[in-house]
Design a protein. Structure first.
Length: 381
């Protein structure tokens, strides 16, 4: 029976191994895409007006040889609805073809711009919604962000953030106050938003507008591996990452405001410096509020010395490592099929050894019968 269990155990290992390899695999491609679903609503109760927008869009990142990226946004479909009192008007717009320039936005980024706009949630939202309507890249500078760690979303490793925002714009429309909260996921390789949810209120006493935004990824081929590093002190959090062959090292000494950053890899990477709310700036009278974060691009073999603007309360020693996270998206149909295969293998194995055991039993019985017959003959003589 030990042999039976050994064969069963090996069979199950082979099945689980094939299942694991079907989940965790790297994409080796210079062209990456993200298909999005975007939903937005604006509600103004004082005007009894509500505006809703739904869109399907695809972004494409084409990596070029000179460490630049061609960033394309293609809007596949837009549905809008406007409700004013008892009147409702709707419209649906789609491009005539995939080459329709009215629905395509092309941006040529270097990696520094790509990381910066991606982390600030400018990314796909900035060119679509426009700076005048909802300048996320501006307001994110003053978010109270809370880093939740790294997870997998749509089989892609992502940084998870939650945030709150309370911000007042003085002398404009009688001190317009913006209050917002939500969460967002950005991938660890290119810092592109894959999920974004926010609820915001804009008010000044006379106006009280509610804005809701939901961005979800439908499908993507972004890399499922990459590099990751994280370290925090009392005043800052450091978040490093990049393409699979990036290798980011960060060092700093307690009592100094300087850190040294090096990319010893062969592909681009980044370092995000997130300042905590109690961080003290070195400037005695800062002209503007302390920014909540800085994004630093590191080309292959690049080294930079960065002044944090604050004194380190601890030594810093950060090094990125390869990301390895098993997906939480379980394909039960695939598992069911594998389970059936496992049952078949176990059944065949059991039947084989049972048949072999029966044959051995029959041989033993025949052998015993022969011995008994021989003994009886000997006794008779």
């Amino acid at each position: 029976m030990n042999k039976v269990y050994t064969v069963i155990f090996i069979s199950l290992l082979l099945i689980l191994g094939s299942f694991y390899s079907s989940i965790v695999h790297a994409v080796d491609n210079s062209d990456y895409y993200i298909k999005y679903s975007l939903k937005m609503s604006i509600y103004n109760p004082s005007m009894n007006m509500k505006y809703e927008l739904k869109a399907l869009l695809t972004t494409k990142l084409s990596l070029l040889e000179n460490n630049t990226v061609n960033y394309t946004v293609f809007i596949e479909r837009i549905e809008s609805k406007e409700i004013r009192g008892n009147q409702t008007s709707t419209s649906t717009t789609t491009p005539l073809n995939e080459n329709d320039s009215n629905f395509t936005i092309n941006i040529h980024y270097d990696y520094e711009q790509l990381y910066e706009t991606g982390f600030s949630n400018g990314g796909v939202l900035y060119p679509i919604l426009g700076a005048n309507l909802y300048n996320i890249a501006l307001f994110t500078k003053f978010y109270n962000m809370s880093y939740q760690g790294i997870e997998k979303y749509k089989d892609v490793p992502v940084h998870v953030f939650k945030y709150k925002l309370e911000y007042t714009i003085p002398y404009i429309i009688y001190n317009l106050t913006i209050s917002s909260k939500g969460e967002y996921y950005i991938d660890t390789v290119f810092l592109q938003p894959l999920y974004y949810r926010s609820e915001s209120v804009l008010s000044n006493g006379n106006i009280n507008i509610t804005l809701s935004l939901l961005l979800e990824t439908i499908e993507t081929n972004l890399p499922q591996n990459g590099v990751y590093g994280y370290e925090k002190t009392e005043n800052i959090e450091l978040l490093a990452g990049g393409l699979p062959n990036a290798n980011i090292l960060v060092n700093g000494n307690k009592g100094s405001s300087m850190i040294n950053i090096t990319n010893k890899g062969t592909e681009p990477g980044y370092l995000v410096i997130m300042y905590k709310s109690n961080a003290k700036t070195l400037a005695t009278t800062p002209i503007i509020p302390q920014e909540k974060y800085r994004v630093i691009y590191l080309a292959p073999a690049d080294t930079k010395n960065i002044d944090l603007g604050i004194i380190l309360d601890n030594d810093i020693s950060l090094k990125t490592s390869t990301i390895s996270i098993v997906s939480n998206n379980v394909n039960w149909l695939e598992i069911g099929g594998l389970a059936v295969i496992a049952v078949v293998i176990v059944s065949i194995t059991y039947a084989y050894y049972k048949k072999k055991s029966n044959i051995n039993t029959e041989n033993v019985e025949e052998h015993l019968q022969e011995e008994t017959s021989v003994n009886e003959n000997n006794t008779a003589h």
